[in-house]
Design a protein around this ligand. Structure first.
Ligand code: C5P
Length: 234
């Protein structure tokens, strides 16, 4: 199976409001983007949101960042895979046995979603790591967890576009990189600390770009999506 396919843009549907979700899905175009369902939307609407998104023709990244004992994570991943999601993720900090169990469980599903590891949340910096008793720098830890994900057979990792080049160089072009924190120069950065333009992210080796508020909070999400898509195709 080809791991990297168009569209490369993933729109984060970060809302708990079913009416807002319907409006967004009506304005987005499955030819131009995939969509991401995270903890807020999934907790608000439950698993029916997966069917709602599929019914509109979108492929779905289920961003629930599973992190638990291997058996529990493996079972949850299998349920998500059987629901037909296109991509799902697990915390690499859950350890190699957990990552390998997740890999093995989705292999038994008739669907084969991409399985992605979350390395270090971008909200965590040097001082937060020290607080946790971790002495590696954030970059060293991201590299270490990317390596661990690769060894456990995951398809790729979520990382910042600024770390993408380093990881691609070490782990190869087949290792899929999913990068949030994407902004056009005219966009507000919101709470993202390290923002990168879509073109720069692709040049750094990102395979899929996650964009939330610049599209979902635009006056016209449809126009803004087209603007992002144009930049990526040029
Ligand atoms: O609105 P914005 O474009 O900042 O949304 C980015 C999306 O990517 C959000 O859903 C956020 O939870 C997610 N994300 C992130 N940074 C990470 C991992 C995920 O911004 N390290």
């Amino acid at each position: 199976m080809q791991k990297v396919s168009s569209p490369r843009l993933i729109v984060a549907l970060d809302t708990a409001d079913p009416a807002k979700l319907d409006l967004l899905l009506a304005q987005l175009d499955p030819q131009l983007c995939r969509v991401k369902v995270g903890k807020e939307l999934f907790t608000a609407l439950g698993p029916s949101v997966i069917d709602a998104v599929h019914a509109q023709g979108f492929e779905l990244f289920l961003d629930l960042k599973y992190h638990d004992i291997p058996n529990t994570v493996a079972a949850a991943c299998r349920v998500a895979a059987d629901a037909g999601v296109w991509m799902l993720n697990v915390h690499a900090l859950g350890g190699k046995a957990m990552l390998a169990a997740a890999r093995e469980s989705i292999q038994q599903s008739m669907h084969s979603p991409l399985l992605i590891g979350v390395t270090l949340l971008t909200s965590m910096g040097e001082s937060e790591l020290i607080e946790l008793g971790i002495t590696l720098s954030p970059t060293e830890l991201v590299q270490h967890l990317a390596r661990l994900s690769h060894q456990a057979g995951l398809d790729g990792v979520v990382c910042s576009a600024q770390e993408a080049r380093l990881i691609k160089n070490e782990l190869g072009t087949d290792f899929v990189l999913v990068t949030p924190g994407i902004r056009l120069p005219s966009d507000a950065s919101h709470d993202q600390q390290r923002i990168v333009s879509p073109q720069q992210a692709m040049e750094n080796g990102a395979d899929f770009l996650v964009v939330g508020r610049p599209i979902t909070q635009a006056d016209s999400p449809a126009d803004k999506l087209r603007e992002f898509a144009r930049l990526l195709s040029s």
